[in-house]
Ligand binder design. Structure first.
Ligand code: FES
Ligand code: FES
Length: 165
């Protein structure tokens, strides 16, 4: 039996007919076509499926789509500012080689975006703690932490420039 779920995804309204047992992750990937959000473990352990729901990070594999009724969901596809302009975190990940196979990257980008929204100048320990729920099997994490630190500085510098303009 399907239910209608009305929600906002990356700023756009959606009305979806979903089974009650269907996860938000499977719904985003298979019903909406947003395959940037990855399915790693499907049990809440790896963080590959991280999305932002009403301003808080969520493992989309652990949330039912019906629980998203009336809520606002942000996925990695919503990070990019335009076709030409990447988010500073995406640019920094490219610069630092912080993505190898890329499977963990969307979840880490979402979590890092949330971290920097709450703490624009995180310490190394705060970056490590903020990303501690996201597993990467390729990079050894150092380049990821470097990229987040670099993006944080870029965002702060851009804000300072805007304020003095
Ligand atoms: S796929 Fe959701 S936490 Fe691993
Ligand atoms: S880049 Fe491969 S799992 Fe992180």
């Amino acid at each position: 039996m399907k239910q209608i779920v009305d929600l906002t995804i990356n700023g756009d309204p959606h009305s979806l007919a979903v089974e009650g047992h269907r996860s938000l992750l499977d719904t985003l990937r298979e019903e909406v076509g947003l395959t940037g959000t990855k399915k790693g473990c499907d049990v809440g352990d790896c963080g590959a499926c991280t999305v932002i729901v009403d301003g808080a990070p969520v493992n989309a594999c652990l949330m039912l789509a019906v629980e998203a009724q009336g809520r606002t969901v942000e996925t990695v596809e919503g990070m990019q500012r335009s076709m030409e302009i990447l988010h500073p975190l995406q640019e920094a990940f490219m610069r630092h080689g912080a993505s190898q196979c890329g499977f963990c990257t969307p979840g880490i980008l979402m979590m890092a975006q949330q971290l920097l929204a709450e703490n624009p100048d995180p310490s190394d320990a705060e970056i490590r703690f903020g990303l501690s729920g996201n597993i990467c099997r390729c990079t050894g994490y150092t380049k990821i932490f470097d990229a987040v630190r670099s993006a944080a500085a870029d965002i702060r510098n851009a804000r300072a420039l805007e304020e003095t303009a």
